[in-house]
Ligand binder design. Structure first.
Ligand code: ZN
Length: 277
C-alpha cells in the first residue's frame, strides 16, 4: 500500500458491528493488515472472551481502541429495571477498563410506556449515577443522540441540542457527546450545535455512514459513505473546525453488507472512506 494511502487511513476506525460476521480476532487482523488505525469494540464480541487478553491482542496489532459500544438504556417504568441498567453500565465500565478503551458510547434509551420527558429525566439520573464510577476508572462517557425514529425505545435524546443540554447539565469532564452523521444530518441546527459542543470540549466521538433512499429497514439498512444523501465531508469539516481531532468511525448496520464477503466489503469501506469522507 502506498505511504499516501496509509497516511489517509491514519484517522479511520471501524466498529466491530460493521463487519459483524467476523469474530474480533479476524476483524482486527483484517483491519490491521488494511492499515486501518482504530477499532471500536461492541460488547457482544467480548462474550466468553478474556477481555484483558483481547485488549492486548488489539494493541499488538497496532490498533487504537477508540471506544466500547455500548452503555445506556437507562429509562424504564420499573424502578428495579433502572437499578439493573445502572449496574449493567458499571459492568460496561469494568469491561472498558479491562479492554483499555477510554470511552463508552451511550445509547441512552427510552420507554414507550412513559413520556419522553420522564425518559430524559431518568437518563440524566442514570448517567449522574455512573459518573463517579466512570471517573475513578478513567473512562469517559459519550451521549449519542439518535434519530427521532428511535425515540420510542432506543433514545429520548434525538438532537445535538438535547445532547449538549444534558452534557452541560451534568457538568462533568467525564461526559461528552458522540456525533453520528446518520442520526443528525437532517438537523437545521447541526452546525451551530457542533460548534457549541466543541466550545465545551464535549465532542468525544464521530461516527460515519450514509442514509440510503429508500431506506428499507429502520435499523439494518445503513449505507456506505457515498451511497446516500449525507454530506459527510461538510459535517466532518464542522466537527474538525470545532476542535475534534479523533478518529472517524465507520459504523454500518446492514443486512445487505453482512451477507457479502467481508474482505471485499472491507475494501469497499476503505475506498468509500477515502472518496467520500
Ligand atoms: Zn453511532
Amino acid at each position: 500500500m502506498s505511504q499516501e494511502k496509509l497516511k489517509d487511513l491514519s484517522r479511520l476506525c471501524i466498529h466491530t458491528i460493521t463487519t459483524k460476521p467476523w469474530d474480533i480476532r479476524t476483524a482486527a487482523q483484517n483491519f490491521s493488515e488494511a492499515g486501518i488505525a482504530g477499532i471500536t469494540v461492541w460488547r457482544d464480541v467480548l462474550d466468553g472472551k478474556n477481555i484483558q487478553h483481547t485488549g492486548s491482542m488489539l494493541r499488538d496489532l497496532d490498533l487504537r481502541i477508540v471506544s466500547l459500544c455500548r452503555g445506556g438504556f437507562f429509562p424504564h417504568t420499573d424502578h428495579g429495571e433502572r437499578i439493573r441498567a445502572i449496574d449493567d453500565n458499571k459492568k460496561a465500565i469494568d469491561e472498558a477498563a479491562a479492554l483499555g478503551a477510554p470511552l463508552i458510547v451511550l445509547v441512552c434509551g427510552a420507554s414507550p410506556d412513559q413520556s419522553l420527558q420522564e425518559s430524559r429525566d431518568q437518563i440524566a439520573e442514570g448517567i449522574a449515577a455512573i459518573i463517579p464510577y466512570a471517573s475513578s476508572a478513567n473512562i469517559k462517557l459519550a451521549i449519542e443522540p439518535l434519530h427521532p425514529m428511535y425515540a420510542d425505545t432506543r433514545s429520548a435524546i434525538n438532537t445535538m441540542a438535547q445532547a449538549n443540554d444534558m452534557a452541560e447539565q451534568l457538568n462533568s469532564e467525564t461526559v461528552g457527546v458522540a456525533i453520528d452523521v446518520y442520526h443528525l444530518w437532517w438537523d437545521p441546527a447541526l452546525k451551530t450545535e457542533i460548534q457549541r459542543c466543541g466550545n465545551n470540549k464535549h465532542i468525544f466521538a464521530f461516527h460515519i455512514c450514509d442514509w440510503k433512499t429508500p431506506t428499507t429497514d429502520l435499523l439494518l439498512d445503513r449505507g456506505l459513505m457515498g451511497d446516500g444523501c449525507i454530506n459527510i465531508r461538510q459535517i466532518r469539516r464542522w466537527v474538525e473546525e470545532a476542535g475534534f481531532d479523533g478518529l472517524n468511525e465507520v459504523e454500518i448496520f446492514s443486512k445487505k453488507f453482512w451477507e457479502e464477503d467481508q474482505a471485499a466489503f472491507l475494501s469497499k469501506i476503505t475506498k468509500a472512506y477515502l472518496d467520500h469522507s
